[in-house]
Design a protein around this ligand. Sequence first.
Ligand SMILES: [Zn+2]
Length: 391
Amino acid sequence: MSDITTKLVIKNIGQILSGKLEEPLLDGDCLIALDGKIAAIGYAKDMDIDRPTTLIDAHNVTLAPGLIDSHVHPVIGDYTPRQQQLNWIDSCLHGGVTTMISAGEVHAPGRPKDIVGLKAFAIASQRFYENFRPSGVKMLAGAPVLEQDMVESDFKDLADAGVTLLGEVGLGSVKTGETAAEMIKWARKYGIQSTIHTGGPSIPGSGLIDKDVVLEADADIIGHINGGHTALPDDQITCLCESCKRGIEIVHNGNERAGLLAMRTAFELGEAERIILGTDSPAGSGVQPLGILRMIAMLSGIGDIPAETAFCFATGNTARMRGLDCGIIEVGRSADFILIDQAQHAPGKTMLDSIRQGNLPGVGMTVIDGTVRSPRSRNTPPATRLPEIVE
Ligand SMILES: [Zn+2]
């Protein structure tokens, strides 16, 4: 214990959501994190809760993993030129999001499209967010957009420099399945994960990517399978789910009906672990601070699945698919949590029941790496009960 410097104890937890589809609810009323990692989960009476550096009384609210937004388009710091907004990431933290994953820094004014320029920009973007976390939010960025004439050594250079993601394939000059497939294979060879834009053009200047291109390109994640904004026809969405085993990403900034179709198809296939959630913000539709919570409520409510299952789409499923150490309440993982409760005056017998009726929960606190990053959310409806920092 001698070299432990911080000890977070959260006691009187009412309910724990694990983030794991196979066991979405965990037993226990207490969680201990040491130096930002989960060290113990269980009942306080059996645990060493003495001498915490931070003690939180959860007052019987629910603890869940911090939410992961699998699809965002950051540019720099906590500013987006897309809608000229400041502090959009901080607003999303108040919507329970503690980790974001860039699908390309495509809104940067003057984004370089020459090969040396796009590589330099991707590496710089990765560094910007590695060195600076807006409001503590973990932003995995530095996601280059594929352009014609890239060669295998470009992917090796990117990987050697710390780039781990590709921006949405299809937003640059690489639009055919054949070229995309070759580059995605190179990326994969060097440990770079890929996402492809799926559906109609998002803004003037972008193009259609249909199911044939998506299947031929074979990216790791079928980005916004429900369109961003315009979805593919229903038969193409079900075909994508059935014809490969890649990630099925459903976004807020897409067609909700198509999102429900994708989710139901994944369940019919017995492959719910493929479902992950994103907002695809900032975008033409703006930023959505509550976007991930709204997706959870929409999929649970209209899709008629347990709310604790829907939470897994935005936590454990994404963490597993992306190789992240957050997203699941498990010893050794990052202590990234949200403390949430039924919204005041929301219908439903319990918080989970209330969400299944389509209502948002209230976020009472967020914690990242064992540190409290925000108190009661300024953006969600007010939670009925609130956690409290006791010491
Ligand atoms: Zn897109």
